[in-house]
Design a protein around this ligand. Structure first.
Ligand code: PRX
Length: 650
């Protein structure tokens, strides 16, 4: 029987999985009643609730006020002085965790490294001193464009240690995308590597940095880790080798006491315009949120070995590979390469090799595992595995059931966690020992979160009615602003529904209060867990000299969740061809990154528009997904356009 036959036979969306009693007995949160009590306490006095958790961490100076809320701007732990790197590292070095593994790293070619908390303290301190020697001061921005190697974690922790604000750009982004982000952030230093390993090949990171930084006037230095040993050009006076600078630097650098609202990082994410947003997260609230959720959701204990498959270039890697996990003193496994290199069993091999007990991945990855076949995971020992998680998009029940059976051996709870780059940490999630789960639902909001599904007037809708997912009150890890653009922050997140944060997602709440995320309702698509604004891809397309106009939509895809389709009309004198379609795909790859290349390009004489000139995206989405065109099309300016597109489709 093929794996897909097995899935269909067990698919049943109304199934409820109660927490495993053995798991619950030992969990940090042991029952639904305990979670309800936490939720009640947090609803009654959220500031007291969060302050108690913050008190478990180290503060150089206590806060004077828990929350300052001048909507939509929040300040948490006002006046407090802390350091997240201190809490992730130094705090544990004073305990029996000192020589415990903090990071277990596995390189794609099969090399590995283990860094204890004490090792991490030395390496992070050393690199903090390197940054200082390069003139980086508190408040300066440091760009990071690296493969998934320990130096990436060391770099961001070193920035955090001295109060430099890091801005990590995922290594899959193109040099143009890197340049735009570094210029927006006004980075002083960029940290990179000669290259990185990916699916047996090499990604030329330094080449991309060279192209980008030539047009980044603020970047004074580039630090280069030697990873692949490939030839690179080192520009005199600008480029320095990591290993040379590290050899000269002292391994002592005390963590800087930082204001709780000191900016920790800027992470660029896609929105509904062509320009990525620099999401700003600060120190204290983000630290408390990621620390608390790591503990509740992943149930971290000292014996655990935790493995998150996300790249540190995305928010999941920031919050749940590095900060929240290390703040709990847990061991974090980091893998450099592709999940199917050299064979589709690589992640299962890592789980077996290191005795991983908690595994956090994305639905798109799970759908690939299903496709690759059950024989791969079945070769390995999963006896230490006790908890599974997912993030990034709704998990389809088939994938959930497969994950539960083939990886969890029907013994491990699954936590489906909903959150966003903007939210900093997990907001809707089961607690594994406390919350009965339903495949496909991220279940309930964390304590202290005032979340609702509302209609366009901001009025709460009834059970099982679809609407907009909003949050009415601030939470500690929330983004503070869009870098250098507070007006855009207000406008994009806090203006749709008066006084509330708009997530951009559609959702419904069922009769048990469980949230079911229905996906983005704005012009954002989610391809393999990578968030992309359709406008960004459109801007990339129209920057090609043959393109007059482009409209980009998402359509459902079995593996990647959504796939991108582009409708393109050409400048006169150009003719549609397969070669041109491929050239346009490559062009998007160059402008943004390979992962943004449209799956399909459709040429049309003109795009369907309303009388006011708006492109009728819903119509295009219908066409892209092959569904019948529904709804009112009388506003179409030129029905023949629709007909032409439909013809093309058939
Ligand atoms: O649409 C939701 C989806 O991913 C979006 C956030 O994307 P990003 O900022 O890139 O962060 C991804 C990792 C936190 C959300 O608006 N999303 C994320 N997690 C889930 C989800 N949709 C359904 N279920 C989830 N568990």
């Amino acid at each position: 029987m093929s794996s897909s036959d097995q899935i269909q036979s067990v698919l049943k969306e109304d199934r409820v999985f109660a927490p495993n009693p053995d798991f619950a007995a030992k969990a940090h949160v042991k029952s639904a009643a305990e979670r309800e009590a936490m939720t009640k306490a947090a609803a009654e006095d959220p500031e007291k609730f969060w302050a108690e958790i913050a008190g478990e961490l180290h503060w150089f100076e206590p806060w004077k006020k828990v929350l300052n809320w001048k909507a939509p701007f929040a300040e948490w732990f006002v006046g407090g002085k802390t350091n997240i790197a201190y809490n992730c590292i130094d705090r544990h070095c004073e305990t029996s965790r000192r020589n415990k593994a903090a990071i277990i790293w596995e390189g794609e070619p099969g090399d590995s490294r283990v860094l204890t908390f004490a090792d991490l303290q030395r390496e992070v301190s050393r690199f903090s001193n390197v940054l200082k020697a390069l003139g980086v001061e508190k408040g300066d921005r440091v760009g990071v464009y690296m493969p998934m190697i320990p130096e990436l974690a060391i770099t961001i922790l070193a920035c955090a240690r001295i109060g430099a604000t890091h801005s990590v750009v995922f290594g899959g982004f193109s040099s143009d995308a890197l340049r735009d982000r570094m210029n927006d952030a006004e980075a002083k230093v960029v940290v990179t590597a000669d290259g990185g390993y990916r699916r047996g090949g090499v990604v030329d990171l330094k080449v991309n940095v060279d192209t980008a930084v030539d047009e980044c006037p603020t970047v004074k230095s580039v630090v280069v880790v030697q990873r692949t040993g490939q030839d690179v050009t080192m520009k005199a006076g600008r480029d320095v080798w990591w290993h040379e600078k590290m050899a000269e630097a002292s391994d002592v650098c005390p963590a800087e006491p930082l204001d709780a609202e000191h900016p920790l990082f800027i992470l660029y994410t896609s929105g509904t315009t062509g320009k990525p947003k620099g999401v700003v997260h600060t120190t204290g609230g983000y630290m408390v949120h990621t620390y608390a959720t790591s503990r509740w959701v992943f149930d971290l204990k000292d014996e655990d070995t935790y493995f998150c498959t996300a790249d540190i270039g995305w928010v999941t890697g920031h919050s749940y590979l590095v900060y929240g996990i290390l703040a709990n003193g847990a061991t974090s496994v980091m893998y450099e390469g592709a999940p199917n290199y050299p064979k589709p069993d690589r992640l299962w091999q890592i789980i077996d090799k290191y005795g991983v007990s908690i595994f956090y991945t994305a639905p798109t990855a799970i759908r690939s595992f299903v496709k690759w076949g059950n024989e791969w995971p079945r070769k390995y020992r999963f006896d230490r595995l006790r908890l599974l998680g997912t993030v990034g998009e709704p998990i389809n029940p088939e994938a959930w059931i497969w994950y539960n059976r083939e990886i969890g051996h029907e013994r491990c709870p699954i936590v489906d966690t909903w959150w966003q780059t903007e939210t900093g940490g997990i907001l809707v999630t089961p607690f594994p020992g406390a919350t009965p789960t339903k495949p496909g639902s991220a279940t309930l909001p964390i304590p202290g979160l005032d979340m609702e599904v509302v209609d366009k007037n901001g009025v709460k809708v009834g059970a099982n009615k679809g609407g907009f997912l909003i949050i009415r009150k601030p939470w500690p890890g929330m983004m503070r602003t869009i870098y250098k653009d507070p007006e855009r922050f207000k406008e994009q997140y806090w203006s749709q529904v008066e006084g509330a944060y708009f997530t951009g997602d559609g959702a419904r709440q069922d009769e048990d209060g469980y949230f079911w995320i229905m996906g983005r309702i704005d012009d954002v698509v989610n391809v393999s867990g990578h968030r992309l604004g359709t406008m960004e891809v459109e801007s990339a397309l129209v920057s090609h000299n043959t393109v007059a106009e482009a409209a980009v939509v998402g359509r459902p895809d079995e593996i990647t969740g959504q796939a991108i389709e582009a409708f393109v009309s050409l400048e006169s004198g150009n003719n549609p061809s397969d070669e041109l379609a491929e050239e346009l795909r490559q062009h998007v790859g160059k402008e943004i990154g390979s992962f943004a290349k449209p799956a399909k390009i459709r040429f049309a004489d003109a795009l369907p528009k309303t009388r006011s000139g708006k492109i009728m995206r819903r119509l295009l989405r219908d066409i892209a997904s092959g569904s019948e065109t529904v709804g009112d099309t009388t506003t179409l300016e030129d029905l023949s356009v629709l007909a032409a597109l439909r013809d093309d489709d058939e």
